[in-house]
Design a protein around this ligand. Structure first.
Ligand SMILES: Cc1cc2nc3c(=O)[nH]c(=O)nc-3n(C[C@H](O)[C@H](O)[C@H](O)COP(=O)(O)OP(=O)(O)OC[C@H]3O[C@@H](n4cnc5c(N)ncnc54)[C@H](O)[C@@H]3O)c2cc1C
Length: 295
């Protein structure tokens, strides 16, 4: 067993330097609800753990040019307690609220949910549907990357050595916009998604869909942005044919596995059904938001 070095720097620069210089296995620790479980079960044996919770810019929820910027180490409870964010992005909050128990949400973060890179991570399809952009800082500077480009496979991300996700920028919320995230699990509590669907839409004054993003989780090695599913809704009033086209496109994008939670066929079918339901929740929220949400 290797000895473990624990560091809790209070600056982003120090955290990056520690990770960039590390010679053995290292891990960032945000809430630790994945990392500590993996250490306890010997899935990983890091020599360095860098706790990022003392770094101010990772812990803030701020408004920037009319848009929310949420620190990557803001906990689920902090986010779900933020009234203005909950009003602007209820679908993202749907996803975060589903992460574990209240105790888990008191620790767990969206940065950790994304970078643990489980295909079934609950906040990720909602972040992708929202069009959230991750700000990444590392030894070579800062870059902004769409959330869908970060997971590359189960347990794998496109982050380079020493890179840390600092925050997520959500686009400004126009009038008549709404989002939703729904998941299907065999149990009602503390289970992993068989399918998760995030939908984010904008309506015009006549109720016609002018923008739509649809993302699926747990049906492929990474969460997917399904452009065809969004396109199926464009120009529609969410009538039955448009919803059928959405379900068809969602099912067609799935590349699921068979496991004890469900067969491939079951997952494909559920993806279509959930996509329709999530779209209808998003539309209802958009209709309740005729003037846009003030931030
Ligand atoms: C009982 C239980 C129930 C759970 N239920 C659910 C559930 O229903 N849905 C669900 O999606 N998940 C669930 N999880 C998994 C876990 O809680 C989530 O994935 C959580 O969001 C992880 O966040 P964290 O801050 O604890 O991550 P950590 O464990 O701290 O980190 C996870 C990974 O991300 C990396 N990382 C963390 N932050 C950053 C960053 N800012 N930049 C770069 N890399 C980073 C770490 O190095 C590590 O590899 C559950 C876990 C437990 C123990």
């Amino acid at each position: 067993m290797n000895s473990l070095r624990y560091e809790a720097p209070s600056s982003l620069g120090d955290a990056i330097a520690l990770l960039a210089r590390a010679s053995g296995t290292s891990r960032i620790l945000a809430g630790g609800t994945d990392v500590i479980v993996q250490m306890e079960t010997d899935v990983i044996e890091p020599e360095l753990v860098v706790d990022i919770k003392r770094i101010p810019e990772l812990r803030q929820i701020a408004v920037e040019n009319g848009a929310f910027r949420v620190g990557a180490a803001v906990t689920g409870m902090e986010l779900t307690d933020h009234r203005a964010f909950c009003e602007a992005w209820p679908g993202v909050v749907d996803g975060v609220k589903l992460i574990g128990s209240m105790q888990i949400k008191g620790r767990a973060t969206m940065g950790g949910n994304l970078c643990n890179a489980s295909p079934a991570a609950d906040s990720v399809p909602a972040l992708i549907a929202a069009g959230a952009i991750a700000r990444i800082a590392g030894p070579n500077g800062t870059r902004d990357v769409a959330v869908e480009d970060i997971p590359t496979g189960p347990g794998k991300t496109s982050l380079a050595k020493g890179e840390i996700i600092v925050s997520f920028l959500f686009p400004p919320r126009p009038a008549r916009s709404g989002d939703a995230y729904l998941r299907m699990t065999p149990r009602t509590e503390m289970d992993i998604a068989v399918v998760g669907v995030g939908v984010n839409i904008v309506l015009d004054a006549g109720g016609v869909c002018t923008a739509a993003r649809v993302s699926l989780g747990a049906v492929a090695p990474t969460a997917l942005l399904v452009k065809e599913a969004g396109a199926a809704l464009l120009g529609s009033r969410f009538d039955a044919p448009a919803l059928d086209r959405l379900a068809q496109a969602a099912g067609a994008a799935c590349r699921p596995i068979d496991d004890k939670r469900g067969t491939k066929e079951y997952r494909v079918n559920v993806a279509g059904v959930l996509a329709k339901r999530a779209a209808l929740v998003a539309v209802e929220r958009a209709r309740q938001n005729p003037t846009g949400r003030s931030i």
